[in-house]
Structure formats: structure tokens, C-alpha cells
Ligand binder design. Structure first.
Ligand code: DSN
Length: 420
């Protein structure tokens, strides 16, 4: 019985939680930023550390009774440093956005100019969007990708840097399917005396496994979430090799932008980091990349075009509008009706509005965790293409849903839950 206690004391909540379990069991999860944590991570996440206040850092806390919390946080820090071969780490950010806020706070003053990738070209909300702190309190200058090949326009980024003299240059993206050239960003930054911050949230797992070049050597600050390819609990981290910067960063995380750390989440991060140090994790990441490629190649065979023509990492952006005449919004809705979860996504130079968009973003991390291999990803591509070719007709959706159900039942999710 899922949620054995809650189902007796709070059935309303237990039912809502069970509905989410069923959704995860019966749907194909293709959102590129999601994943399924292990039982170990889940156990740590539900530990009694959620009860503990531990403001401060190990051995320098503002509350008593922090002995076990110190042990947990030190384990998380040491494991994280080892994964990425970094000298210093902060594991307290509640999220990637909090990590980025602390990094801004450590390197910029309000009104300062910095550069980040355009959100509509694959960047992130916290890299300069007008509706985010990064756009409201600072002066962002956006670089992007070329219209011709959808690759980052490093020459233009350099020209912009020389013109605007940013104090900080951010590399990293949430919808960029290719390798990012960190040494090039370092060289651009050095020409104008800027610091480099890399937000590797999407590719952290690939970096950990050596499947994407590491930014550590080239960046002053590296931030990330822990729940995407890294396959940990929802949360953020900050890394640096600079002793001076880590002191500032630590004080900007706490007391700068956060109070008490979420110690149960830090415990779950420690559990995930131990997994990321294993050979199995490397194999998993190799499969993530191979599966993304298989999915991309089959979609192209089925006459869907992909931004930049394919993928080098875990994700791809599918142009549904120009190839099938379906907006990203409608594609997302059609696929959801067949139990396939994706998100609509702007294409670079998109003519549709963000809420409509011309494509969808697909990623392989979650279904690879579930056990899918290349043949299942090829079948997934065929199901998607069949739905889009039929413009989401009722008959196509019924047939697709059956195929999805067959795939899901071959790879049960129960192993990822505590209560069954
Ligand atoms: N919202 C995340 C994503 O889906 O990529 C980025 O923070």
C-alpha cells in the first residue's frame, strides 16, 4: 500500500501522491531536466534531518545539536569535490536559481553589466531574463546561436564583450544540444577582465562521467542543480577552485540569500554524489548520450527537423512547426494525451510567441534511468512521429497510448519508490 500512514490519516493527500506515482508509472517522461532518484536518495530525503536547523557551515553553526548534520554536509562536500575534481564546494543552495543568485551577489553589484545566453536561444531564466532578478537588478547583454547552424556564435559573443565590457560572462544553457566551448568563453572573458561563471545544471552528469568537457579549469564559479542528469534530489550546488571566491560565495549563500540549509536534501545530495562516483553511473551517462542520439536519428528519419541538426548530449529541440505544421504548444498537448510528457520550447529565431513556441524539447535521462535502451527510444520516436503525422487524431492517440502502456509495463517504476 503506498503511503501506509497517510492513507489512514490524510487520505486526500495520500491519493494525490499516489496519483503522481501512477502518472510516473504510466507515462513516458521525456522532459530533459527531469530524472528518477534511487531508493537510497529517496530514503535520505525522507530522513529526520528535515527537523534540524543548521544555519552556518560544518563546525561553525548557529544552533546546537549539529554533530550529525556536520557529518552529512562534510560527506556531501567531499564527494562533490571528488566528482568534479574541484577544490571547494557549497552544497547548501536550495535550487539552481538560488546558486546563481548567490553567484551574482558574489561577483556583481546591482546595475553591473554581464553576459548570458538568450533564453529564447536556449539560455536560462536566471541568465538575464527581464522578468527575473538577473534581468531586473543587473544589466544583461545576451549572446545567442547563429541562425545558419544553431551553434553558439562565439565571435558575436566576443564582439559583444568587447563592446559592453561585462564583469561576468555566463556559459551554460537549458536547451542547447551541443558541446559548449568553455576555453573560448575563458579567452573572451580574459580580453575584458570578466569572471566566468558556468551553469552546468543540464550537463552535470555528463561532465561527472567525462562525456562533456569539464568547465572547472576555465570557470571562476561553476553552479548546477543536482536533479537533472546528476540524478539527485532537487537542489543546487556551487563549485570553485578559488579560496578567495569560496569565502565570498559561502557568505552569499548563507546568510546572503538563504537561512537554514535543507539538511535532509543535503543528505540526499550526499547519497546521489556517492552514486555519481561509481562505474555504473558512468555507464548510465554513456547510455543517456547513446539513447538521445538514437531518439534524434529516428526523429530525423521520420522527417522531423532538430535544432542544430541533432545532439551531442542528453537533449534535443524538435521543430514541430516547420516540418509538421504543429506548434510546440499543440505538440505538447497531443503527446500528453498519449501519456508522453514533454515541454514546448522556443526555437532560436522563433516566430511564435513563447507560450505557443514552434517546438518541443526532449531528453533521455529519465527513461534511461528507467531502463530504456536504444530500441525503446527508437520505438518512442516512432510513437511521437506517428502522433504528429496524424495531427493527433483520436485513432492515432488511442494506438499510441497502447504502445506507451506496453513500454511502461516492461520497465516498472516501483523500484524507485519507498512504500511498495
Ligand atoms: N526549468 C529547468 C529546465 O527545465 O531546464 C531549468 O531550470
Amino acid at each position: 500500500m503506498p503511503y501506509p500512514l497517510l492513507s489512514k490519516t490524510d487520505s486526500e493527500l495520500a491519493e494525490a501522491l499516489a496519483a503522481e506515482d501512477s502518472r510516473q508509472e504510466s507515462h513516458l517522461e521525456l522532459i530533459a531536466s527531469e530524472n528518477f532518484v534511487s531508493q537510497g536518495v529517496l530514503e535520505a530525503y525522507t530522513s529526520t534531518l528535515t527537523n534540524k536547523y543548521a544555519e552556518g557551515y560544518p563546525a561553525k553553526r548557529y544552533y546546537g545539536g549539529c554533530g550529525p548534520a556536520d557529518r552529512v554536509e562534510n560527506l556531501a562536500i567531499e564527494r562533490l569535490k571528488k566528482i568534479f575534481n574541484a577544490k571547494f564546494a557549497n552544497v547548501q543552495p536550495h535550487s539552481g536559481a538560488s546558486a546563481n543568485l548567490a553567484a551574482f551577489y558574489a561577483t556583481l553589484m546591482p546595475g553591473d553589466t554581464y553576459m548570458g545566453m538568450d533564453l529564447s536561444h536556449g539560455g536560462h531564466l536566471t541568465h538575464g531574463s527581464a522578468v527575473n532578478f538577473s534581468g531586473l537588478y543587473y544589466k544583461p547583454v545576451a549572446y545567442g546561436v547563429k541562425e545558419s547552424d544553431h551553434l553558439i556564435d562565439y565571435d558575436r559573443a566576443e564582439a559583444l564583450a568587447l563592446e559592453h565590457k561585462p564583469k561576468l560572462i555566463i556559459a551554460g544553457a537549458s536547451a542547447y544540444p551541443r558541446i559548449i566551448d568553455f576555453p573560448r568563453f575563458r579567452r573572451i572573458a580574459d580580453k575584458v577582465g570578466a569572471k566566468v561563471m558556468v551553469d552546468m545544471a543540464h550537463i552535470a552528469g555528463l561532465v561527472a562521467a567525462g562525456l562533456h568537457p569539464s568547465p572547472l579549469e576555465y570557470a571562476d564559479i561553476v553552479t548546477s542543480t543536482t536533479h537533472k542528469t546528476l540524478r539527485g534530489p532537487r537542489g543546487g550546488i556551487i563549485l570553485t577552485n578559488s579560496e578567495e571566491l569560496i569565502k565570498t560565495l559561502n557568505s552569499r549563500v548563507f546568510p546572503g540569500v538563504q537561512g537554514g540549509p535543507l539538511m535532509h536534501v543535503i543528505a540526499a545530495k550526499a547519497a546521489a554524489f556517492a552514486e555519481a562516483l561509481t562505474g555504473d553511473f558512468k555507464t548510465y551517462q554513456q547510455n543517456v548520450v547513446a539513447n538521445a542520439k538514437a531518439l534524434a536519428e529516428r526523429l530525423i528519419e521520420r522527417k522531423l527537423s532538430l535544432v542544430s541538426g541533432g545532439t551531442d548530449n542528453h537533449l534535443m529541440i524538435v521543430n514541430t512547426f516547420d516540418t509538421k505544421g504543429i506548434t510546440g504548444k499543440d505538440a505538447q498537448l497531443m503527446l500528453e494525451a498519449a501519456n508522453i510528457t514533454t515541454n514546448k520550447n522556443m526555437l532560436p529565431y522563433d516566430k511564435n510567441k513563447p507560450a505557443v513556441a514552434s517546438g518541443i524539447r526532449l531528453g533521455s535521462p529519465a527513461l534511461t534511468t528507467r531502463g530504456f535502451g536504444k530500441s525503446e527510444f527508437i520505438e518512442t520516436a516512432d510513437i511521437i512521429a506517428d502522433i504528429l503525422d496524424a495531427k493527433g487524431s483520436d485513432a492515432a492517440l488511442i494506438a499510441a497510448k497502447e504502445r506507451v502502456q506496453k513500454l511502461c509495463s516492461r520497465f516498472p517504476m516501483r523500484k524507485f519508490r519507498l512504500w511498495d
